[in-house]
Design a protein around this ligand. Structure first.
Ligand code: ZN
Length: 286
């Protein structure tokens, strides 16, 4: 084959392949349903890859951020973490660690890696408050929000990646992509907020997990009120995830209160439609 023809063929393949990936994402060949909510989600990252990447990144972050030596916090986080993880029914290699920093935050990485910063513990106040934070993070893992974000990144970057592959080191490119997808900056320790959709879904699934684990899911809205008050009073430079604007705290609290009966019903295994019907007949009776 003449050199020019070879070049055209190679170019066509490098362009066609990523287009196929994008098309596949639109027709949703690689879709799955999120647990609890049943929302359709784009997913073409194998669970095993995601789990492995999550574990590697988690170890790097823990090394960078530094482990807490507060035994009371460590015990509490592990106790609550195990209970919530059991309620999730997911058999990941769960890890619940405490970071020695007064940042009011927490985060989770794919594969069941959850970290809570010391700074959020006083706002939690008790195990119920901590259960709110941990169940929200476990919900992100359970619903594979990291893998979904990675899949979206692949879909968006597909064409650019193929064209740029000649100039960029593939390993470096994949690492950057993973960091973007999981919202981890190159310096680590900073987890960018998820989308509003993911946050609200994690809040809702979190309440279901709380109820399943025997915690009072009504504590979630109370926790967020304390969190909002703390952010307003402290004048903090708002760190992401737990002090993110996705969604705004007011919207979040309103949604938590609105969906509380639905979450309790879901935890008891009552189909959603029946729970809604029961709620509206209750409202009419009043
Ligand atoms: Zn979140």
């Amino acid at each position: 084959m003449p050199t020019a023809a070879k070049r055209i063929l190679a170019t066509s393949i490098s362009i066609a392949l990523p287009i196929l990936v994008v098309v596949a994402s639109f027709v949703c060949v690689s879709c799955q349903n999120a647990p609890v909510t049943g929302r359709r989600q784009l997913m073409f990252v194998p669970k095993s890859n995601e789990t492995e990447m999550g574990a590697t990144t988690f170890n790097q972050i823990m090394k960078e951020e530094g482990e807490s030596t507060n035994q009371h916090y460590i015990d509490m986080v592990n106790r609550v973490g195990r209970r919530i993880a059991a309620a999730s029914g997911e058999t990941y290699d769960w890890e619940f660690r405490v970071i020695a920093s007064d940042v009011k935050n927490a985060f989770a990485l794919p594969g069941g890696k959850v970290a809570v910063y010391e700074g959020i513990m006083p706002i939690c106040q008790d195990e119920e408050g901590l259960a709110t934070v941990i169940s929200h993070e476990v919900a992100h893992v359970m619903a594979r929000h990291g893998g979904e974000r990675l899949s979206q990144q692949y879909a968006v970057n597909g064409i650019g990646m193929a064209i740029g592959k000649l100039t960029q080191n593939a390993q470096e490119r994949d690492r950057k992509l993973m960091e973007q997808a999981y919202g981890v900056t190159s310096k680590f320790g900073v987890i960018l907020p998820y989308s509003r959709k993911h946050e609200l879904e994690a809040d809702y699934i979190g309440m279901v997990l709380m109820a399943k684990a025997g915690y009072d899911p009504a504590a979630a809205a109370d926790f967020w009120e304390r969190m909002t008050a703390s952010a307003a009073g402290g004048g903090d430079a708002t760190p992401p995830e737990f002090l993110s604007t996705h969604p705004s705290d007011d919207r979040r609290i309103a949604e938590l209160r609105r969906r509380l009966p639905e979450a309790i019903a879901a935890a008891q295994g009552v189909p959603e439609g029946e729970a809604v019907a029961a709620k509206s007949s209750e409202a009419t009776a009043r």
